[in-house]
Design a protein around this ligand. Structure first.
Ligand SMILES: Cc1ncc(COP(=O)(O)O)c(C=O)c1O
Length: 416
């Protein structure tokens, strides 16, 4: 119809644009096909693979402590659903808040030794919303961001349009070189992660806090891949090294070691109140429902006084690392629970991952660009507290056979 009125109207072929975009990803070997799996309650980390019609063992879940299976959390989630229904009914501003989310926020504040906590619908949203809002509140805020920060942090910074300096990954000297050039009276924020999700490398938190104090900067730590698993209370690496007091904002997720879903920040009361009042990503979206909030609070409360699960996880991780070394399989070494095995080719990484599933019923998702840089494609092995030693042996044997078959490692060792 429009052509009638606009003589030189060229029809855009939207379908072709979408097709071409997909074709580009396919050409690069980056097209993502989800694994259609169902976890089996009581059997975790075993799941059912619907495509292959068989049970498989998960080695790429972020439910690191298996708390998604925690019976007390399942029970409370059922009880609360029976009592209050399954949704929250809206945003907290318009539809009211509920007791369970307030209790959850109190648990989180206590977990990180902070005055207050604020729950978001995901860790991604908590990073994106909080960082962009800090800049809204302080328009001159200058941000110093670790080069390996997560996409949610990068998105928050870029949406804020703040002046930003990216310091080399975990390079405290580079951070100091950059921050020392900015006027001491300009507000500053250093953003970094406790455990980097793809390499498993741990941040030099104390040294970063030293610099922050020297140059009067605030600090923002993402403890997403550490909460629940490190520290006497499960408060993450900052809890482990007793550094919570020196951090301005501690951010985390409920979706990994806390086995449920949602994200949060903790900090001083006024700061948290500011984010609550100004953050669009908090204000204009439906809140976490009571059943999920109650399940998460139950798990956090449990992990504050039980080290059993984290001890078991670290034991299994040590077993895997030692057995991989004996089998001649190298991995990116770090002091954390994340075990990356580099493949360095997107197509090969996919083939290896599929072969492991087809032949050995072992699921390790291959990780490609943009999650990791091109040429750094890998298998990211994540153990859980519920993996058995027999499952570890099967994993290492299968991996060795597969990596030899695809020419990633040379010869088979006989020491496993
Ligand atoms: C470092 C880091 N921060 C934040 C997130 C987002 O957390 P969520 O999965 O709760 O959205 C992730 C997700 O994997 C992450 O790796």
């Amino acid at each position: 119809m429009l052509e009638k009125y606009i003589p030189h109207f060229n029809k855009i072929n939207y379908q072709d644009i979408f097709k071409e975009s997909i074709a580009t990803i396919k050409r690069e070997g980056r097209y993502r096909v989800f694994s259609d799996i169902s976890r089996i309650a009581g059997k975790f980390p075993v799941a059912f693979d619907h495509k292959r019609g068989k049970e498989i063992v998960l080695w790429c879940t972020n439910d690191y402590l298996g708390m998604g299976q925690f019976q007390a959390a399942i029970n409370v989630s059922k009880e609360v659903s029976e009592k209050m229904g399954v949704g929250s009914g809206g945003t907290r501003n318009i539809s009211g808040t509920h007791r369970n989310i307030i209790e959850l926020e109190n648990e989180l504040a206590d977990l990180h030794n902070k005055q207050a906590g604020l729950v978001f619908t995901s860790g991604y949203v908590s990073n994106d919303a909080t960082i962009s809002t800090l800049v809204k509140i302080m328009p001159g805020l200058v941000i110093f961001s670790d080069a390996n920060n997560h996409a949610s942090i990068i998105e928050g910074i870029s949406r804020s349009k703040a002046t930003k300096y990216v310091f080399r990954h975990n390079d405290v000297e580079h951070l100091e070189e950059l921050i020392s050039q900015v006027d001491i009276d300009i507000p500053k924020l250093i953003i970094f992660e406790a455990v980097y999700s793809m390499d498993g490398v741990i941040a030099p938190i104390k040294e970063i806090c030293d610099i922050a104090e020297k140059y009067n900067a605030m600090t923002y730590i993402d403890e997403v891949h550490a909460v629940g698993m490190y520290g006497p209370k499960g408060g993450g690496i900052s809890d482990l090294y007793n550094l919570t007091d020196r951090l301005t904002i501690i951010e985390g997720t409920l979706a990994k070691a806390f086995g449920t879903m949602g994200g949060y920040i903790t900090g001083d009361r006024d700061l948290i109140d500011c984010i609550r009042c100004y953050a669009a990503g908090f204000i204009f979206t439906t809140s976490l429902p009571p059943n999920l909030s109650a399940a998460a609070a139950t798990i956090i409360r449990h992990l504050k006084q039980s080290s059993l699960e984290r001890d078991r996880l670290h034991f299994i991780v040590a077993e895997i690392k030692s057995k991989l070394s004996k089998a001649g399989i190298s991995y990116m070494d770090n002091n954390s629970h994340i075990i990356p095995v580099l493949i360095k080719d997107p197509v090969l990484a996919k083939q290896v991952s599929e072969y492991l599933l087809d032949e050995f019923s072992i699921f390790i998702q291959h990780i490609n660009y943009p999650t990791v840089p091109r040429g750094m494609e890998r298998l990211r092995i994540t153990a859980t507290a519920l993996h058995t030693e027999a499952q570890v042996d099967s994993l290492v044997k299968a991996l060795q056979k597969t990596l030899v078959k695809f020419g990633v490692i040379k010869n088979e060792h006989s020491s496993i």
